[in-house]
Design a protein around this ligand. Structure first.
Ligand code: NAG
Length: 324
C-alpha cells in the first residue's frame, strides 16, 4: 500500500519512479569546480543584500565560478505570490547582475518559500524570465568529481505542521507527510549508495548542527543524519540560521557549513558550542565559496566587504587521512 502511494507520487514529481531528477555539470578539464553558496537572501536589496551581491560578483569573477548554490529562503517574507510576483526581479534578477553570476543558480526551498506559492518558485516560467533560475524540491547535481544531493528539508520539521503559528504553509505535493519523507529518504539514500563521485555533499535549507538562533534541527538529526553518516558524506551545506558557520562533527568528521548570510543577519545570537568543532561563527552577512578538485575542497567564507573570514581545506588524500 505504501509502495503504491509512493509510486504515484514519484510519477508526478520526477522523470522516473523512485529517482530524484538529475542534472549534469561537466567540470572544466584539469581544473577545479568552483561554486558560490548563498542563503537567506531575497529582500529587494535591503539588509546589505546588494552589498553581498556585489562582492559575490567580484569573487565569482576571480574564481571563474561554474554555478551558484542557493540554500533557500529565496524570497522574504513569504516566498513568491505567483509566477508574476515582481519580487523575482526585485530580489533576484535585478540584484545579482554581475557578469560572473550569470550562471545557473541551483536552489532549494526554505521555510519562508513554503509560506508562498511553492509551485510558482518551481515553475519553468521563471526560467523563461531568467534562465539562471533552477529550483526544485529535491534533486541531484552531478559535477563529476563531486555530486550534490539537494534535499527538501522544510517538510521534515514537524513543528510547521503541528504548530504553524500565524503562518500558512503550502503543503500541496507534500501530503501525506510520512510518505513524502520516507520516499525522499529512500531516494537520497539509494542515490548516495550508487554515487561514484569523489566528493559527496548534501544541500538543504535547515541546519543540522548549528550554534545559531535556530540551532540544531532535531528532525533532521533523527532522520537524515544516519543516512549522511552511513554514506560517508563529506559535507552538509545549509542556510536557515542567518550567519556563516563551520562545524566539524568530531564523531563523523562531516563538515557542517552554514551559508545563511544573504541579507538580514542576527547579530550576537549564538549559543555555546564545543570550540574543537566550531571553526567559524560569524554573525554578519556574507557568503561562501568552494573550489573542488579531486584531492581537495577549499572553502572560503567572505563578509559583506569581500574580506576573507575563514578558510579551510578538506583533503581526500588517503595517506593524509590515515596519518591524521
Ligand atoms: C551591513 O554590514 C555592515 C558590516 O558588517 C554592518 O555593520 C551593518 O549593520 C549591516 N547593515 C544591515 C542593515 O544589516
Amino acid at each position: 500500500m505504501v509502495m503504491l502511494v509512493a509510486g504515484v507520487f514519484c510519477l508526478l514529481t520526477s522523470p522516473s519512479i523512485g529517482e530524484l531528477p538529475r542534472f549534469e555539470h561537466h567540470a572544466k578539464p584539469e581544473e577545479s569546480l568552483n561554486v558560490l553558496v548563498l542563503g537567506d537572501w531575497g529582500r529587494k536589496g535591503t539588509h546589505n543584500q546588494s552589498f553581498v551581491a556585489h562582492q559575490m560578483g567580484i569573487v565569482g569573477e576571480k574564481l571563474n565560478i561554474d554555478f551558484v548554490i542557493s540554500t533557500g529562503d529565496n524570497f522574504y517574507e513569504d516566498g513568491l505570490k505567483g509566477v508574476d510576483d515582481p519580487a523575482f526581479y526585485e530580489s533576484f534578477v535585478d540584484i545579482y547582475t554581475a557578469p560572473s553570476l550569470q550562471k545557473t543558480w541551483y536552489s532549494v526551498l526554505g521555510n519562508h518559500d513554503y509560506r508562498g506559492d511553492v509551485e510558482a518558485q518551481l515553475s519553468p516560467v521563471l526560467r523563461q524570465k531568467d534562465s539562471r533560475w533552477l529550483c526544485l524540491r529535491s534533486f541531484i547535481l552531478n559535477g563529476e568529481i563531486v555530486e550534490f544531493f539537494f534535499v527538501d528539508t522544510t517538510p521534515f520539521v514537524e513543528e510547521y505542521f503541528t504548530d504553524p503559528k500565524e503562518h500558512t504553509y503550502d503543503w500541496d505535493g507534500v501530503l501525506p507527510r510520512a510518505t513524502y519523507l520516507s520516499e525522499l529518504l529512500k531516494d537520497v539514500d539509494s542515490a548516495l549508495v550508487e554515487s561514484k563521485a569523489k566528493w559527496k555533499m548534501v544541500v538543504g535549507h535547515h541546519t543540522i548542527n548549528s550554534a545559531g538562533h535556530h540551532g540544531n534541527t532535531e528532525d533532521l538529526k533523527q532522520l537524515l543524519v544516519p543516512i549522511l553518516e552511513a554514506n560517508n558524506v563529506d559535507a552538509y551545506i545549509n542556510g536557515h540560521d542567518h550567519c556563516l558557520q563551520h562545524i566539524i562533527d568530531k564523531n563523523s568528521g562531516i563538515h557542517f557549513l552554514t551559508s545563511g548570510g544573504g541579507s538580514k543577519a542576527w547579530s550576537s545570537d549564538v549559543k555555546p558550542w564545543n570550540l574543537e568543532e566550531l571553526k567559524l561563527y560569524y554573525d554578519g552577512q556574507g557568503f561562501m565559496s568552494m573550489q573542488i578538485t579531486k584531492s581537495n575542497v577549499d572553502i572560503v567564507f567572505y563578509d559583506v566587504y569581500g574580506n576573507t573570514l575563514h578558510t579551510w581545506s578538506i583533503s581526500k588524500d588517503r595517506n593524509v587521512a590515515a596519518w591524521i
